[in-house]
Ligand binder design. Sequence first.
Ligand code: SF4
Ligand code: SF4
Length: 316
Amino acid sequence: MNSDQLKKNEPAKSTGKNSRRDFMRKLGLIGAAATTGAVASGFTSQRTPEEEYVKVMTSDNKLVEIPKSQVKEVKLDTEALQSRGRLGIAGKRWVMVIDLAKCRNARECIKGCQEHHHLHPYQYHINTLVMQDNPQSAPYNMPKPCMHCDNPPCVSVCPVDATFKRQDGIVLIDNERCIGCRFCMAACPYSVRVFNWEEPFQAQLYEAQPMEYDVEANIPQKKGTITKCLFSADCLRGGDLPTCVRSCPNEVFYFGDENENAVTNGTTRETVVLSELLEKNAGYRLMEELGTKPRVYYLPPKDRVFEAPEKPDHHS
Ligand code: SF4
Ligand code: SF4
């Protein structure tokens, strides 16, 4: 993916200030292609003023500068994509924060995600639910992706090691291994897994233009297997925020690296301190009592868009 394509895929404008994108650019993550990799071979350390130099990330995550002429684009095959997809991005612990006070059910996160992962309109990797805690309280909107649990029950029940947890915290599915038993669907307490009952949405497009299966994008979807939210692992690989995070117009999503204690808002592109955001706003996780250790945090729905139900009049 080149920089022009990245710009096209970026719904929200960067303010330039504290930009996560700028930060990731410094790390050299920008410019990696979704299904290709760049390799450099036999370059010399002698720098010449005539040569154009580019920054690339080595396989052990080191940033190096090499002459542009010595960079070679290589097409990754399914095996290579699966092997890097299993490992994840070294040194990262991805985390998401969802601000329920901001959600207006714009559903742009859902649309962006369905488009990115070639889902049928009835399939959701992320969905917005209307919640009501008790009959006296006002309802609120709650976007619900996969929680990418650190103790994921979906992973331990898979009989063929098709679903797995990576070093960067993301839980993925290898659709080339999945046998469609749906044990993982039954085991997930958050009901976020989706079964592919049909051929993929617009399957004819793959016939016209065959596509290598990428475990980090989970496309092409495969009939008879499971799919779910991937934290847009392919976008992270390319140095960008997940699709839902970038698509939201209402500042609902923050995303970042727990190791750096920093998350970036997908709408404003402002980067904030994760621990402060959670502490100041009483962040919490869904069904923590289950011990699943979700990597998705919620900030409480302070400003509800729905009217509170009428209270019974105790004086009459
Ligand atoms: S939310 Fe469900 S599918 Fe996602 S990691 Fe947790 S148990 Fe697995
Ligand atoms: S449906 Fe696929 S991913 Fe889920 S438990 Fe069965 S084989 Fe594993």
